[in-house]
Design a binder for this molecule. Structure first.
Ligand code: CA
Length: 218
């Protein structure tokens, strides 16, 4: 899942980005309000972590503009400003959640998952397809209760297929979710999918006659 981090503090951005990568996300950092606004406008992110105190413009105005132009991705404000009025202002501007700095990284990740899940209308953290259970929060996949050993890319490919479970995704769409750069052709995705099938069983990912791939619904 792709996360946009709008944060002007280099150290915080670096630490956050490293932790999110470790936990299976694909983070992208923007260090100014303008850059963040632009990225959130033209790219598709599954969630945005938005700082308020930015060098060029405040995060509230960035968020308000996104919402005005119909950008509806979940946004968590992550700010040192802890006053009640700031939180209310953020939620009114269209934030889904508000976390104050300093925060606990594990709690932040739990909230990211909860917000993405709510946005997609899912009730629980785990998703199933046959004997495979995909646990996006725990970052693990099991087959008949036994943990499968997937590479980071394989996990991300499966993650985006489970996010749209039952719907066909093209190799291009999968590639955009699984890689930071967008230059991986469909044969590479096909190879990863073949490896995932070897590890989880052939039925976990269905090929939809040249249109793409999907994970069948329960
Ligand atoms: Ca800041």
């Amino acid at each position: 899942m792709r996360i946009l981090i709008v944060e002007d503090d280099k150290d915080i951005a670096k630490q956050l980005s490293a932790f999110l990568t470790q936990t299976g996300f694909l983070p992208h950092v923007a260090m100014t309000g303008e850059e963040g606004h632009y990225q959130g406008d033209v790219e598709n992110f599954d969630l945005v972590l938005l700082d308020i105190g930015l060098p060029d413009r405040d995060g509230f105005s960035v968020l308000e503009e996104w919402r005005k132009s119909g950008r509806n991705m979940p946004v968590i404000i992550v700010s040192a400003r802890s006053h009640k009025m700031e939180k209310i202002r953020g939620l009114k501007a269209g934030a889904d959640d508000y976390i104050t700095k300093p925060y606990d990284l594990e709690e932040l990740v739990a909230r990211i998952h909860a917000n993405i899940r709510r946005h997609k209308g899912q009730a629980g953290a785990e998703q199933r397809a046959g004997n495979v259970v995909f646990d996006g929060f725990g970052g693990k996949v099991t087959v008949d209760g036994i943990a499968a050993n997937l590479t980071r890319i394989e996990f991300r490919i499966l993650q985006c297929l489970f996010m749209k479970q039952g719907k066909t995704l093209t190799a291009t769409a999968i590639s955009e979710h699984a890689y930071e750069d967008f230059d991986h052709d469909s044969s590479i995705i096909a190879r990863h999918i073949s490896n995932i099938r070897k590890k989880l069983g052939a039925g976990i990912i269905v090929t939809d006659s040249n249109r793409g791939y999907y994970v069948p619904q329960e």
